[in-house]
Ligand binder design. Structure first.
Ligand code: PMP
Ligand code: GLN
Length: 386
């Protein structure tokens, strides 16, 4: 064997994802898994049946078109118009991807040159750092700080330099639950236009904003031609295993991202694409119910965590709640999460893994509340044993 590490330097330090590690810990110990964010109840039966029907009817069992089946591209375009008044051409301005994960990866691989800088909110969703690294680019963190995790827009302006190519934004934000306001989005858009930056927005929690509406950045003046908006069926329809995602952008941006995407998976999830097309057209009641259900679960788990002595940062969106364990006399989220199954039969995720500056999140721990009510009640019960 050659005398050099097998894993290339760009991926050094990216070992097993924290979600895999913590889900394995839950499986090993039988603890309640509030770590990895996936619902413990599948999405609508009608949509699952649509997927089964597509398989049996032979729709999508062979390679679908590279940009996604026309039915889904049409449904994505309709969704953007129905919820945000945005108009995208399903034939050139919509691209179906293997989850939001591939949309993010393909965007980074397509739009960045080695040495470019990408500014992103820290704590980052874990794939951002890895995708930026795979593209040979450099991440520049903009740290969101407790208790409210608002972005510091002066710091953002200062962080933009000659090498900045792109802003990678996520709102509603995982793990903090922060949802950008119209004023913040407007200020970010003005900076992007003034400094001629591309923006990639991760909007997978677009339908899980509780205290204020989610607004897509691409709706703001000057943003349509420079923004790639990403979403997915995982969170909105509770089918995280289907891995159906999509992006909307100008034809030029879609063409660029498609060039990378076609050599990653080429295509995926053929029959599921038809089912997701149907899901996107569900009546408003479905979306309202999902939001109301998760809002109630947020309140249930947040109250339980607060009663158990955690400092709780109430999330405005997503299905995660970030807490601080310092009031419990704890100093290290990692150690706390590794011991939690034994201490009280629960699994959570240490936010430190989402920071470049681990001190900024050392005592933060994230809990997922996308679980059945009885499971959350049992979790709250167990928290009492801490
Ligand atoms: N972005 C964020 C912020 C996420 O939390 C997740 C996890 N679902 C993803 C992207 C990945 O989405 P998908 O499962 O559709 O690839
Ligand atoms: N998005 C999910 C979370 O934040 C995890 C998805 C994954 O495991 N890649 O928990």
């Amino acid at each position: 064997m050659q005398d050099r590490p097998l894993l290339n330097r760009r991926l050094e330090g990216f070992s097993t994802t924290i979600f895999a590690e913590m889900s394995a810990l839950a499986a090993r110990t039988g603890a309640i898994n509030l770590g990895q964010g996936f619902p413990d109840t599948d999405g609508p039966a009608q949509i699952a049946e649509a997927a089964a029907r597509a398989v049996m009817d032979g729709r999508g069992n062979q390679y679908p078109p590279g940009q996604g089946v026309p039915e889904l591209r049409q449904a994505v375009a309709e969704h953007q118009r129905r919820w945000y008044g945005l108009s995208f051409d399903p034939d050139g301005e919509v691209l179906v991807t293997a989850g939001a994960t591939e949309a993010i990866a393909a965007s980074m691989l397509a739009l960045l040159e080695p040495g470019d800088e990408v500014i992103a909110f820290e704590p980052f969703y874990d794939s951002y750092a890895a995708c930026i690294a795979m593209a040979g680019a450099e991440r520049v963190p903009l740290t969101l700080r407790a208790p409210d995790f608002r972005p510091d827009l002066d710091a953002l302006a200062d962080a933009i330099g000659p090498r900045t190519r792109l802003l990678l934004l996520n709102s509603p934000h995982n793990p903090t639950g922060m949802v950008l306001t119209r004023e913040e989005l407007t200020a970010i858009a003005e900076l992007a236009v003034a400094r001629d930056l591309l923006v990639v927005t991760d909007e997978v929690y677009e339908h899980l904003a509780y205290d204020r509406e989610h607004l897509p950045l691409s709706a703001l003046p000057g943003m349509r031609e420079r923004t790639v908006s990403i979403s997915s069926a995982a969170k909105t329809f509770s089918f995280t295993g289907w891995k159906v995602g999509w992006l909307t952008a100008s034809a030029e941006l879609v063409a660029a991202v498609r060039t990378a995407k076609q050599f990653l998976t080429y295509v995926n999830a053929g029959p599921f694409q038809y089912a997701v097309a149907e899901a996107l057209r569900l009546p408003e009641g479905y979306f309202a119910e999902l939001r109301a259900d998760l809002r109630a679960k947020r309140d249930l788990l947040s109250a339980g965590l607060a009663d158990a002595g955690f400092e709780v940062y109430r999330p405005q969106g997503t299905y995660f709640v970030t807490t601080d364990i310092a009031p419990l006399g704890e100093r290290d989220g990692f150690a706390f999460c590794r011991a939690l199954p034994e201490r009280c039969g629960l699994v959570a995720v240490p936010n430190a893994v989402f920071y470049d500056d681990p001190d900024a999140g050392r005592t933060q721990v994230r809990f997922a509340f996308c679980k059945r009510k009885d499971v959350l009640e049992a979790a709250v019960d167990r928290l009492g044993g801490l």
